[in-house]
Design a protein around this ligand. Structure first.
Ligand code: C5P
Length: 215
């Protein structure tokens, strides 16, 4: 079990997928679950201030991950959960304790042989506290905004780098300040600053740490 946590656009997703592929492990993108709750809530007309209703949406979430695609109630939502609006809503939804509690077992169910690489904000601290290796990825906000800008550009989505930087800072602040499972390095987590690294270099570092942890 490898837990990779860090702020948005720190490279967690890419690095975790590279590591999972190299080891032949399963992969959990826990952020996608919070994004799905946010999207389901929006589609059901649930108010983002209604904590009980949001927890009910999370508990009843009918989602599927298949070959890189994400499905919600039988509809393909791979792109819909990645919009900036859903990003912002997902970090509000994630601050609701009932939502986090409802998603706990669903996340733990991904832990199957031969192993799991899980990425998010609280993988090492709350969901998989007994992970063999815990990694906390960081990068400067400017580097992260630049990465997000490039990702969106590659997909042909117009974006403004200053707006992205402001959104990232707002999401970081909310993720760090929330009462339940705030974003911070878990005890025993190894920190990796990826500002001047490629995703492949970061993945190689994590793989070398995994070899050390398994010795
Ligand atoms: O990782 P990603 O940016 O896709 O996550 C979307 C949102 O879900 C984050 O802004 C964060 O608020 C929340 N999240 C969380 N705990 C996790 C994963 C994501 O609170 N383990």
């Amino acid at each position: 079990m490898i837990a990779i946590d860090g702020p948005s656009a720190s490279g967690k997703g890419t690095v975790a997928q590279l590591v999972a592929r190299a080891l032949g492990f399963h992969y959990l993108d826990s952020g996608a679950l919070y994004r799905l709750v946010a999207l389901a809530a929006a589609r059901q007309g649930v108010d983002l201030d209604d904590a009980d209703a949001l927890a009910a949406v999370a508990a009843g979430l009918s989602a599927r991950f298949e070959a890189g695609e994400v499905w919600l109630n039988g509809a393909q939502v791979t792109a819909a959960i990645r919009t900036e609006a859903t990003s912002v809503a997902s970090s509000r939804v994630a601050a609701v304790p009932g939502v986090r509690a409802a998603l706990l077992d669903r996340q733990r169910a991904f832990r199957q042989p031969p192993g799991l690489v899980a990425e998010g904000r609280d993988m090492g601290s709350v969901v998989f506290p007994d992970a063999r290796l815990k990694v906390f990825l960081t990068a400067t906000p400017e580097a992260r905004a630049e990465r997000r800008y490039k990702q969106l550009n590659d997909k042909g989505i117009a974006a403004n780098i200053r707006t992205l930087l402001l959104d990232l800072r707002a999401r970081d602040a909310r993720d760090e300040a929330r009462a339940v499972a705030p974003l911070r390095a878990a005890p025993g987590a190894r920190r990796l600053d990826t500002t001047d690294m490629t995703a492949m270099e970061a993945a190689q570092t994590v793989l070398s740490w995994m070899r050390e942890a398994s010795d």
